[in-house]
Design a protein around this ligand. Structure first.
Ligand SMILES: Nc1ncnc2c1ncn2[C@@H]1O[C@H](COP(=O)(O)OP(=O)(O)OP(=O)(O)O)[C@@H](O)[C@H]1O
Ligand SMILES: [Mg+2]
Length: 235
């Protein structure tokens, strides 16, 4: 019994996928879990897109295929921003390991099926969807928006990948995402926040939720430098 338990534990550990953010994996029990969907949420400019690029870049270094679905920024802008950190995604596009897909928000008729199909065809292991906040521009009726978002998340379950989705939160809002659907349906939520202390701004990360794993719950300061995001101190 004990032997089979430790086998299971070993398998779970092997299934962990590194975040690419120095200092983060140990806060989340060793890394992300395959088949889980995570929400990276925070105010504007807190580093959500960067956080996701770093995750994909890490995967590419390990030979894992990845796709970035950009619903906001044009692919060239994302690639250009990433290049500033020394991440040459273009090289991996050429070698067929990486794909960046731009989806015009106003043509998002059935984004869920489109995304699922592309992931399966490409054989990607790491997926990013940036950002779910754009859904609000497309759907006039709130129930339609929630339904579409819920359907997208459902379609991303069970496809043998780790998925990071971003959501912008409005400054001062108490919610974790703009529409309040994402945080309940996803398996984990990581928040990035900028706090003003006496006119100085500090960035901190918090793991709000992480299903099926023990995780740290405190606020962890992080910095953005020329190397990307890094957790400054982790107990
Ligand atoms: N070399 C750098 N050194 C320090 N900070 C940097 C550097 N490059 C970018 N940044 C910070 O990263 C932020 C941009 O990160 P990113 O685009 O990932 O944020 P975001 O949360 O996705 O924003 P948005 O709400 O616009 O989508 C910038 O606002 C800037 O503060
Ligand atoms: Mg962004």
């Amino acid at each position: 019994m004990a032997a089979s338990k430790s086998k299971e534990t070993a398998k779970r550990e092997a299934d962990r996928v590194s975040s690419g953010i120095p200092g983060l994996d140990k806060l989340i029990g060793g890394g992300y879990i395959v088949n889980d969907i995570y929400l990276v949420t925070g105010g504007t400019g807190t580093g959500k897109t960067l956080f996701c690029c770093q995750f994909l870049w890490e995967g590419l270094q390990k030979g894992e295929k990845s796709i970035f679905f950009s619903l906001e920024e044009l692919p060239d802008d994302v690639l250009h921003d990433a290049a500033v950190f020394g991440w040459d995604f273009q090289k991996y596009i050429s070698s067929g390991m990486f794909s960046i897909e731009y989806q015009d928000p106003f043509e998002m008729v059935d984004i869920a099926s489109m995304v699922r199909e592309k992931i399966q065809k490409f054989g990607a292991k790491r997926i990013v969807i940036d950002s779910t906040s754009i859904f609000g521009m497309v759907f006039e009726k709130e129930h339609e928006l929630r339904k579409s978002l819920y359907n997208l998340i459902k379609q991303l379950k069970g496809i043998d990948c780790v998925v990071l989705m971003t959501a912008e939160v409005v400054e001062g809002s108490k919610g974790l995402s703009r529409y309040g659907v994402e945080e309940f349906v996803v398996d984990g939520v990581i928040t990035l926040a900028s706090t003003n202390v006496g006119g100085e701004f500090f960035l901190n990360l918090q793991v709000k939720k992480m299903r099926r794993t023990p995780h740290e719950k405190g606020l962890y300061p992080y910095e953005i430098s020329t190397k990307g995001i890094e957790i400054l101190s982790s107990k």
